[in-house]
Design a protein around this ligand. Structure first.
Ligand code: ZN
Length: 388
């Protein structure tokens, strides 16, 4: 393969260097130059600035074939923090992470009625004080919420007002996109991979990270996997289309399907919400209840059809299943998806498509929000979130 031209060091170089160090865990300056294509003097300068800023540190040395041991550098995790809030219909999940995506604190509180900026400011102060996080080492706050349907206004707030209230940068994003960046960051996925994540919740979303940056589309609306149709004459969807996979495989749709089956009534019991009913069915499915398994497995099989279209369209190489919908029965979804991709993915003979399960599916959106803050701070240059 022809050697790449050494790119000139520019505004994106620092983000590139941080990203390569992050995914390598520990790396020498020589390897950094090889992997980024930047010149040795550019690497020296960028590394020196990053060490001075406390973002990376030296972590020992490795033997070198040319005699002198090479010093290894790594992200300095404990030095700065990102905070993310995930707004659910009834709850706010608050998360703080370090620079490598390690969880520092997590708290879920009821979402109370009232003006959003005041509530969020108060929540931020309480949460960070409880964790004893020094204000000058918090890089900002990201607030994420489910993407709204066309014409349906989601939770909105004045981002500039909140930012001036807190004295910190504030980012807004949809939950599925944020979850993708969180998985990318904390799994140390390389920026060379075409990475996607599938977020199964009361709706279904997806997020993509290409070249280290979240892919957002023309209006920050990329990743509407839930509105990929699997049946042109299928169920009508509020988006205007028919057969959207969300109408068959979201937590809400699966809970509705389970409620129709008399044998599952004792499993669902007096569950008040779709999320609770779904969790009861998912728990029964992995505990050997055949009927419950069939309901979840059918949802997984239908989702696999839509995900395969997404994988084919974007030639993805690595996928993570995340969100509250895969917290209890994620293995059923992963098995179906792997089987389907192995048989039908268009690029299957050229490369495998890895399917992984999130380690923290219920908190993935909150963790992702905090990761957006960390990325914006230490690997800047990627596009900001939508205006709110
Ligand atoms: Zn739809």
């Amino acid at each position: 393969m022809a050697r790449r031209e050494a790119p000139a060091a520019g505004p994106g170089s620092r983000a590139l260097v941080v990203d390569v160090i992050r995914s390598a865990v520990a790396i020498s300056r020589v390897e950094l130059a090889d992997l980024t294509g930047l010149t040795a003097p550019s690497i020296s300068n960028i590394v020196r600035d990053l060490i001075a800023d406390g973002i990376i540190h030296e972590v020992g040395s490795a033997d070198s074939l040319r005699g002198k041991p090479r010093k290894l550098i790594a992200i300095n995790p404990q030095n700065r923090f990102g905070v993310g809030f995930h707004l659910g219909p009834e709850t706010v999940t608050c998360v703080a992470i370090d620079l490598t995506g390690g969880l520092i604190g997590r708290e879920m509180v009821p979402r109370v009625a009232g003006a959003l900026p005041e509530q969020l400011t108060e929540r931020f102060d309480d949460f960070t004080a409880a964790l004893d996080l020094p204000r000058d080492r918090i890089e900002g706050l990201a607030v994420v919420a489910p993407a709204s349907c066309p014409g349906d206004a989601g939770p909105s707030f004045d981002r500039a007002a909140l930012s001036s209230r807190l004295g910190l940068p504030v980012i807004a994003e949809n939950d599925a996109a944020a979850a993708a960046l969180g998985e990318f960051w904390s799994r140390r996925v390389s920026r060379e991979q075409s990475f996607g994540s599938i977020y199964v919740s009361t709706g279904i979303g997806a997020g993509f990270v290409f070249g280290g940056a979240l892919f957002r589309g023309a209006s920050f609306d990329a990743g509407e996997l839930g509105h990929v149709s699997i049946d042109y004459a299928g169920r009508l969807c509020p988006c205007g289309n028919r057969g959207c996979v969300e109408r068959y495989a979201s937590m809400a749709a699966t809970a509705a399907a389970a409620r129709e089956i008399p044998a599952l009534r004792p499993v669902i019991g007096a569950a008040t919400t779709d999320s609770i009913a779904y969790d009861q069915v998912a728990r029964a499915a992995v505990n050997g209840n055949r009927t419950a398994f069939e309901v979840i497995d059918r949802a997984a099989a239908l989702l696999a059809v839509a995900v395969t279209s997404m994988v084919n369209l974007l030639d993805l190489s690595r996928l993570v299943l995340t969100g509250p919908g895969v917290a209890l029965a994620g293995s059923i979804y992963a098995r179906r998806l792997r089987e389907h991709l192995e048989r039908t993915a268009h690029a299957r003979l050229r490369h495998p498509v890895a399917v992984e399960l999130s380690a923290q599916p219920r908190d993935a959106a909150g963790i992702g929000a905090a990761a957006l803050v960390v990325q914006a701070s230490i690997a800047p240059g990627h596009t900001p979130g939508p205006a709110t």
